[in-house]
Design a protein around this ligand. Structure first.
Ligand code: PMP
Length: 417
């Protein structure tokens, strides 16, 4: 299939065609139509190099890591640890001890809630989150609240889907022990002013966890520059394998934390009386990890670095503007989440039509979007709706996808409007 040509920016045509060719899953027909994939916020397609990296581990270096003296085990260990260094550098740390491999953003947040927050918080302490969090950054803090007696405070979100610094300040106090917030909202696309919020929280002695699941695929992230204490993300949204993810934690904090899970590989020695825990980061990686997944995630980072996050950001921003212009012409369509600073997440409702029906009719046209509350029920309710339709962009999307979406929505209107 020939790649659609982009007119969005000058250097786009060649780069973009090359990118599309690298994603095998794009080139298929769904329900007899060209697949238009607009659900990268749920999970991103994988470039060929990621698929090959995972396969290569299984074909050549299929062995368990850290424990084996044989060659394959040593090779697998090397690849796993090289991946750690690469992923750490991608988000701005050179210290491999600060990078813990986990199953995804959800597990990383649970790790921090259990290993950092549960032993430290008590009655009178406060946890601050924002009103636009994914359930993965709400429920673990409710568990901490319920077990420790701490209070959970929520920074309100404006009707445009923004989190004002003044609103954050109102919730912060000397009682705040943890601030946990999204870098980018999955339901609305809003980019939060993380650096300023980190500064304010630190001034009051609180630590900050940033949920970067929706940020790392779209913007350059540097944890040192942000100044945050914890940063988490999932590999599968970053064009990498599912079941992979990362917790970045400042070394002093990790050193002071108790392991969340225990078992093999996280120990130095075990007797029935006493166990000595391993060094960082192994102390937080109990059991056999997703070895091929880590290597695949490192390959995804190589791919992204080759394309360049600046290019990706610019491309997606131009496409977002194009989509906003195109869709705003559709009568009865209302955008949900209109922050001035946002990534390519386009949530909308259509007058008189249930979001689920939009998704179903678009699917018949080969167009994949997400409908519902996007695991962020509170913010969708805050926007005054029960559900939205959400089209989300990846580096491989182009105008032809947006044109197809707009035509698909017109078809929905003809059928149901
Ligand atoms: N946070 C945000 C902002 C997300 O978008 C997601 C995934 N939708 C998560 C956390 C959870 O990620 P995972 O399911 O990969 O653990």
């Amino acid at each position: 299939m020939t790649a659609p040509v982009s007119i969005l920016h000058e250097d786009n045509t060649g780069t973009h065609a090359r990118i599309r060719n690298d994603f095998p899953a794009l080139h298929q027909r769904v329900n007899g139509k060209r697949l238009v994939y607009l659900d990268s916020a749920a999970t991103a397609f994988k470039p060929r190099c990621v698929i090959e990296a995972v396969r290569d581990v299984w074909e050549r270096d299929c062995a368990n890591i850290h424990r084996g003296v044989h060659t394959l085990s040593q090779r697998a260990t090397q690849r796993y640890e090289d991946a750690r260094v690469k992923i750490g550098r991608f988000i701005g740390t050179d210290d491999r001890r600060e990078l813990v491999f986990v199953r995804g953003a959800t597990e990383a947040i649970n790790l921090v809630a259990h290993s950092y927050a549960l032993p430290r918080l008590g009655l009178g302490d406060e946890i601050v989150i924002t009103g636009l969090e994914h359930h993965a950054n709400i429920v673990p803090w409710q568990v901490v609240r319920d077990r420790t007696g701490a209070t959970l405070k929520v920074v309100p979100v404006s009707i445009s889907g923004e989190v004002a610094l003044s609103a954050v300040e109102q919730q912060l106090s000397s009682k705040t022990k943890i601030v946990a917030l999204a870098h980018v909202s999955n339901a609305l696309g809003t980019i939060l002013r993380v650096k300023e919020i980190v500064n304010r929280a630190h001034a009051l002695g609180a630590v900050v966890l940033v949920d970067g699941a929706q940020a790392v695929p779209h913007l350059p992230v540097n944890v040192m520059d942000l100044g945050c204490d914890f940063y988490v993300f999932s590999g599968h949204k970053l064009y990498g394998p599912d079941g992979t993810g990362v917790l970045f934690a400042r070394r002093e904090l990790l050193e002071s934390m108790v392991p969340y899970q225990t078992g093999g590989d996280m120990i130095l020695s075990v007797t029935f009386e006493k166990t000595l825990y391993n060094e960082l980061p192994a102390r937080f990686e109990a059991g056999t990890p997703n070895i091929s997944g880590a290597v695949g995630l490192a390959a995804a980072i190589d791919f992204i670095s080759d394309v360049g996050l600046e290019w990706i950001f610019r491309h997606e921003q131009l496409l977002l503007k194009f989509a906003q212009e195109k869709l705003s012409k559709i009568e009865g369509l209302r955008f949900i989440g209109t922050a001035s600073d946002k990534v390519g997440v386009i949530s909308f409702v259509l007058e008189g039509v249930h979001a689920h029906d939009i998704g179903t009719i678009l699917d018949a046209e080969g167009i994949a979007i997400r409908t519902g509350h996007h695991c962020a029920q509170p913010v969708v309710e805050r926007m005054g709706v029960a559900a939205t339709a959400r089209a989300s962009l990846g580096m491989y999307n182009d105008e032809s996808d947006i044109v197809a979406l707009a035509e698909g929505i017109q078809r929905v209107k003809q059928m149901l409007g």
